[in-house]
Design a protein around this ligand. Structure first.
Ligand code: SF4
Length: 215
């Protein structure tokens, strides 16, 4: 399907997009992103730009895209290493998807103060990094965790439950799967519907990318 592109709202967004597009490889992109100050409030408050985790070698089986770093991620500089990350790792393992063979990214690379939802201007500015990351990594499948990620791929009118129920769609030549964010699974508890749905969706993705057969 034709991907609705997040609006580039200002000169800072254009500058990020230019810098990201000029990065010839992951290491260059990561180095450049780590000094990004396009969002003054986030840049002033952050400890780290959380660029993302990628496999040591090879093309990732899947790119998992969340919303933004939380406190633990900001402290460590790595994505999904707090409570949500622990649950994600558990469910990936149960699904047969080795996290080391995935890319783990966020829509926004710097922690919004107080873990607030990233604003549209911040998402717009950071979009250049994520877009180039996906080009460089070239994963055959992408998992959007939660509403912010789903909106990044599918547009601002996206309704999470509806997008999930509609099933995977093609996004720029990749399979795009929309599911719940692990934080929602934690909020609704171990017997809640979001956790069961997230676990089922990760199992489905693992099967579709061949991870369960190659264990
Ligand atoms: S959130 Fe993204 S665009 Fe904004 S300062 Fe951080 S890396 Fe740059």
């Amino acid at each position: 399907m034709a991907a609705p592109r997040p609006p580039r709202l200002d000169a800072a967004a254009d500058e990020v997009a230019r810098a990201a597009a000029a990065a010839p490889d992951w290491a260059t992109l990561a180095d450049t992103a780590r000094s990004c100050v396009a969002c003054p409030e986030l840049a002033a408050a952050r400890q780290h730009v959380v660029v993302g985790d990628v496999p040591v070698t090879g093309r990732p089986l899947v790119a998992i895209v969340g919303e933004a770093p939380g406190a633990t991620e900001d402290e460590t500089g790595r994505p999904f290493v707090g409570k949500s990350g622990a649950l994600l790792d558990l469910l990936l393992g149960e699904a047969g998807l080795d996290r080391g063979r995935t890319a783990v990214l966020n829509v926004v690379k710097c922690r919004p103060p107080g873990n607030r939802t990233p604003r549209a201007d911040e998402v717009g500015r950071c979009s250049g990094w994520l877009r180039r990351q996906l080009e460089l990594l070239d994963p055959p499948a992408v998992v959007a965790l939660g509403l912010s990620a789903a909106k990044w791929f599918l547009g601002p009118r996206t309704v999470l439950a509806r997008a999930r129920e509609a099933g995977p769609v093609e996004w720029e030549g990749r399979g795009l799967y929309v599911t719940y964010h692990p934080s929602a699974a934690i909020r609704f508890g171990p017997n809640g519907a979001p956790r069961a749905a997230l676990a089922a969706d990760l199992r489905h993705v693992a099967t579709m990318v061949g991870a369960r057969e190659t264990r």
